[in-house]
Design a protein around this ligand. Sequence first.
Ligand SMILES: Nc1ncnc2c1ncn2[C@@H]1O[C@H](COP(=O)(O)OP(=O)(O)OP(=O)(O)O)[C@@H](O)[C@H]1O
Ligand SMILES: [Mg+2]
Length: 227
Amino acid sequence: MTVETKGLTKYYWMGKEKVVALDGVDLKIEEGEFISIVGPSGSGKSTLLNILGCLDSPTKGKVFLDGAQVDYRNKRSLVILRRKFLGFVFQTFNLIPALNAVENVEYPMYFNKPLKSKSERKEKAMKLLALVGLEKRANHLPSELSGGELQRVAIARAFANGPKLILADEPTGNLDSVTGRSILDLLTRLNNEEKMTIIMVTHDFESAKRMGTVIRILDGRIQEQER
Ligand SMILES: Nc1ncnc2c1ncn2[C@@H]1O[C@H](COP(=O)(O)OP(=O)(O)OP(=O)(O)O)[C@@H](O)[C@H]1O
Ligand SMILES: [Mg+2]
């Protein structure tokens, strides 16, 4: 999926105080790119990711996904966009505690029409767990998995509906550096094999540089785009 923004701006109002989270962001991301966004705390990284992921709406400016302008007023179309084309990975994994690994991966498939039967969903979920090397942990609850395993389940879940764009907000933020490295390797491999676009927020500038394009953000503005 290609991603383009024009003059993307986001203000939050805290009473009468205006917080400028994004200040005219112009981005152009090609199909299949692996983009890392780096920048200090409070610079607007999560705000940018949430708007691209249709979880939040901009104050001003435009977003184009595969060339089509996102209509942030049309909530129904945002839900459909998210379900059909987007996958999310979060720092805190956000798995459902009462569901085991394979059920967590199956969950988003409920909302996607093409996979109707339970057995079809289970089969697809097991394939995705195998893709992240966790087929032996399918029946484990989140409380019975390590941090790195939890994030691998979350990545498998993000792939449930065959997304064209993966948005990952500090996916290694809660992991030790070795486990974090393995998660970055996994994302790189999936980016190469499955060809979807990945946009990842990270504090790990050295790893980011090895993976592809790095976008630096400061005070809601893009500083530079290094390829
Ligand atoms: N819901 C909100 N209401 C008001 N202000 C907000 C809200 N969300 C974010 N902000 C402010 O917008 C700015 C950008 O926040 P954002 O979460 O995008 O930063 P970030 O770069 O992701 O930081 P971090 O690295 O700490 O996660 C910050 O100044 C923050 O305080
Ligand atoms: Mg953030």
